[in-house]
Design a protein around this ligand. Structure first.
Ligand code: C2E
Ligand code: MG
Ligand code: MG
Length: 680
């Protein structure tokens, strides 16, 4: 019995031991399985992460080599959707950064089953996502990927019907960021609401940043090409852009005869004066103001139904051009030119100065004779030149004769340059007399160009060209110096007339020189001429180009003892109001007001009006172009103090004036002109 009991107890213990061992083994097995599972999960995660990193690397690599946001977005959508097995991806772009905060749908998309998703993609293409309104719009604020588990729960999800038909349920919106700016977005749509891991969201964020670098590069390239086509001062297109615009117009005209093209060339007359007297920043301010006024004209006409296109560009310092396309281009060009003249008229306030800039306009209409843009532009320029020569504020249409004139002008310019080099000029002097007793009080110095031994060119035949090619400054400087020398000689030989003065004409170009007053003073010092012996004559347009500068300069000249007259008075286009501000000594009434006045039927009303103006401003009067006794008697009876004209003497050389004993060698302008025209 004892033995049996023992045996039983032993087997019981064995059993329990076995059970314990079995439990331990089971526990170990479970622990091992858990460890194995964990290892597998880690391995899988590692694998997944590895895959995502490779995805990021691939997209970053593509982005590095790309300048095209479109290509880079397409590549990223394909890669991400394929990698994640997402059915739909779509890109949005911020079309006009800096303006409204809105993303716009694009044609950049990925779809696993195109036929199913097509209506949804069509709707997405047209979508505009405003800031905050929906998931892609919220990216403006959040700048991180946004997970939307139920797209239909969103406020204003306009694409809901087509999304439902495609079986879409959830979405992930990924920002494309450039610095701190949202420039685009990718949206991915899922059929099941499986929330993406934080790690995936982080990778998507980094992909968005990589794509942002492509946008940055593209914007930079865009800016460079825009700079190449834009005038940096006014922001208008430049010459290159304009030429390519004409070229496109040419091509369009070849395809359709409905529209004709014209080019308008606009050159500002008062600009150089502003630049030289008020400095370059004032010049820049004037150009910018001008550009804005011209822009306004473009906007006005661009909206007209009969105008197809108006394109404005700046092609040079103060030169602007417009291309016009219209079925009735000649008329439209004239209307626009008139509008330009009108819009430039109001005075500009540049700093403390009032400035007026008027324009000369040339128009060239396209025709079969033009092969390229430059030719049309050149002829509009030629017409502008013609307008300037007949200016101010003129519009001329190009004609074939103008081309010949332009060529002749070019020849004249070459000859004139040579004439300036060798000082082939001479001064003739015309007396200015007191109308009461015909006593000579002064002499007007009038320049002539001794072209050849017996060919004398009159000023009207070369001054406009000299002015246009910048030669009037050296010519007038020569005139001023020679006049001062002559004054010294006259006074040395004619001691009875101690107040005799020489009046010198000054052109706009010379008057606008920064150191004009200094030049006059230096010439007086150099020649020994008394400042009372020299007077200056300015035309109305010279004075009106920049009234405040003119007033200042005249005051400085007055302070030196030099009196200034206003020449050809009454022929100018400007208002009289500026006259009050300018201390002119004398008004020279233009000869056109007394022309053909020879008997009692003569109408003196204009002359009297001008005499009244002079009286009220305390200025004296010289009447120009007096040719007969009747004119002298009448003008004298009106109280006009001085006169000038053939009646008292034609312009003659210094020698003939000095040789009192000799009969005056009067010069006939007509014969001099003939001599110029006669081939030698
Ligand atoms: P202006 O300053 O008005 O000069 C008067 C012009 O009228 C002169 O013509 C003169 O010869 C002409 N004249 C004078 N009396 C009579 C007359 O009784 N009847 C007619 N029909 N004409 C008369 P000119 O010498 O041909 O000069 C023409 C213009 O050329 C001048 O007009 C002046 O604006 C300009 N000019 C002449 N010399 C110079 C110069 O040295 N510098 C500048 N900047 N301009 C000058
Ligand atoms: Mg004069
Ligand atoms: Mg005159």
């Amino acid at each position: 019995m004892d033995a049996d009991m023992h045996e039983f107890q032993d087997s019981e213990e064995l059993n329990q031991k076995c059970q314990r061992l079995e439990r331990e083994v089971a526990r170990e097995r479970a622990a091992r399985r858990a460890a194995e599972d964990m290892a597998e999960i880690r391995l899988r995660e590692l694998y997944i992460n590895q895959g995502r990193l490779e995805l990021l690397n691939r997209i970053a690599g593509f982005a590095n080599d790309s300048n095209s946001p479109t290509h880079a977005l397409q590549f990223a959508l394909n890669e991400i959707c394929e990698h994640q097995d997402w059915p739909v991806g779509h890109a949005l772009i911020r079309v006009d950064p800096g303006d409204d905060e809105r993303l716009e749908g694009t044609d950049i998309w990925f779809s696993k089953h195109q036929d199913v998703a097509f209506p949804f993609l069509e709707a997405s293409r047209k979508i505009v996502a405003w800031s905050c309104a929906s998931a892609p719009g919220r990216l403006f604020l959040e700048h991180i990927p946004i997970w939307t588990p139920d797209i239909y729960a969103q406020h204003a999800f306009t694409r809901a019907p087509s999304a439902a038909r495609a079986g879409l349920r959830a979405s992930i919106s990924v920002p494309v960021i450039m610095g701190h700016e949202l420039v685009g977005a990718m949206e991915f749509y899922l059929t099941e609401a499986v929330q993406p891991s934080k790690r995936l969201m982080n990778i998507l964020l980094q992909i968005g940043m990589q794509l942002g670098r492509v946008f940055k590069r593209a914007r930079h390239a865009d800016m460079l090409s825009k700079n190449a086509l834009t005038d940096p001062l006014t922001g208008l297109p430049n010459r290159t852009a304009f030429e390519s615009e004409i070229q496109s117009a040419f091509e369009l005209e070849k395809r359709t005869s409905e529209y004709q093209t014209a080019v308008i060339y606009i050159d500002l007359d008062g600009f150089k004066l502003v630049n030289d007297t008020l400095g370059h920043s004032s010049g820049d301010a004037l150009l910018t103001a001008m550009a804005n006024r011209l822009r306004f004209v473009v906007e006005t006409f661009d909206h007209e139904a009969w105008v197809d296109r108006v394109f404005l560009a700046r092609v040079g310092g103060d030169e602007f051009v417009m291309l016009i396309r219209s079925p009735d281009v000649r008329e439209v060009a004239n209307d626009i030119a008139n509008e330009i003249h009108k819009c430039l008229q109001p005075i500009h306030r540049i700093g403390l100065n009032d400035v007026q800039a008027v324009a000369s306009i040339g128009v060239a209409l396209n025709g079969p004779e033009y092969q390229n843009a430059q030719e049309l532009l050149r002829d509009a320029d030629v017409a502008m030149y013609e307008a300037k020569a007949n200016g101010p504020e003129q519009t001329y249409h190009f004609t074939a004769e103008m081309r010949n004139t332009a060529l002749a002008r070019l020849d004249l310019e070459i000859e004139l340059r040579h004439a300036v080099e060798i000082s082939a000029f001479e001064l003739h002097f015309q007396p200015i007399v007191s109308l009461s007793n015909r006593e000579t009080v002064g002499l007007e110095a009038l320049v002539r160009w001794r072209k050849e031994h017996d060919v004398l060119v009159m000023p009207d035949d070369f001054i406009p060209t000299a002015e246009a090619c910048g030669l009037m400054v050296p010519i007038n400087t020569w005139v001023l110096r020679e006049a001062a020398r002559s004054a010294v000689r006259f006074h040395a030989s004619n001691s009875q007339n101690a107040d005799l003065y020489i009046s010198v004409n000054v052109t706009l170009q010379q008057f606008q020189q920064l150191h004009f007053v200094t030049l006059v003073r230096d010439i007086l010092l150099e020649t020994g001429a008394n400042s009372k012996w020299i007077r200056l004559e300015l035309t109305e347009s010279t004075a009106a180009a920049n009234p405040s500068h003119a007033a200042r300069t005249i005051r400085q000249l007055n302070a030196m003892g030099i009196k200034v007259s206003i020449d050809d008075f009454g022929t100018g286009y400007s208002s009289l109001s500026y006259l009050q501000t300018m201390p002119f000594d004398t008004i020279k009434i233009d000869q056109s007001f007394i022309k053909r006045h020879s008997d009692k039927s003569a109408d003196w009303s204009f002359v009297l009006a001008m005499k009244n103006i002079a009286d009220s401003l305390g200025m004296k009067v010289i009447v120009e172009g007096i040719e007969n006794e009747f004119q002298q008697t009448e003008l004298n009876s009106f109280g006009c103090q001085f006169g000038q004209g053939w009646l008292f003497g034609r312009p003659q050389t210094e020698a003939s004036i000095l040789a009192e004993t000799c009969p005056p060698l009067s010069e006939s302008p007509h014969s001099a002109h003939m001599a110029f025209e006669e081939p030698k």
